[in-house]
Design a binder for this molecule. Sequence first.
Ligand code: AVJ
Length: 322
Amino acid sequence: MTAEPLLYLISDDDITRALRDDVRSGLTASPKVLPPRWFYDARGSELFEEITRLPEYYPTRAERAILTERAAEIATVTRAKTLVELGSGSSDKTRLLLDALSRIGELGAFVPLDVSASALEQSTVDIADAYQGISVRGVVGDFTRHLSALPAGGKRLVAFLGGTIGNLVPDERASFLHALRAELDPGEWLLLGTDLVKSPHVLVPAYDDARGVTADFNRNVLRVINRELGADFDPDGFQHVAIWDARRGWVEMRLRASKAYRVTVPALDLTVDFAEGEELRTEISAKFHPDGVKAELAAAGFTATRRWTDSYGRFLVTLAQA
Ligand code: AVJ
């Protein structure tokens, strides 16, 4: 089957408006902050794919190992008719689920949701080519805001993989999980990937690799703001920082101004001053304990039916039922 046209829950205008709002509020806040979703233009998405192949960045490989081992079990337990994927990106690991669900013979639809229309254009065409019997309906939207508009129908399995839920602070996670639970019918499924707490000697290099790919990915947000809002950030003037915050249980990425800068953002009529050494927070990536995940799911009304880690205990995949 050919992929259906993308369903836009947010227009390009909405996206531009959201970027402006985030940049204005984030760069005038103290400390300065930007949300991670703006990393992912075409170049940022490619850099992220490159990160997933780095020796230091274990989460993708660990999650793929779990899904390779457990996809058949996930398919027999859920017997899902529709696979929804939140923050789908390239939908690479998703093929393991699509293969297993196809074998059961009841899968009718794949619905990837992502903020990046360009990533969806590519992945929906590829998946529709490879899986002839199923309808593929890409949805351009934000998983923190557009769950209520997800196509219903058939028993759904919602996959939220890669540890992306770790981009949310605890309050945001709770409201996201509640909203998702409210959207699902009892008996429908959530497959959640979460990275686990481990030694900072493993965690920090995963976000600060020797080749500097993550540093380049981090600086990409400045290039996006330059291009979209006419700003004059010097990306090379900002140093990549990755720290493990043990108290909060998350890795934090920052960009540190190597000297004092005055940055102008013409589209916002905004001038922003950076002191030498001042840091801008660009991402948090929360790490979990297995029982913490279970408790957060339970608080939102999900029952964790099965959970699996990879053989090194680095990453957790939980199958939960609404
Ligand atoms: C896509 C959010 C899961 O937090 O590990 C990778 C993004 N940032 N390296 C993560 C990321 C830096 C990634 N997620």
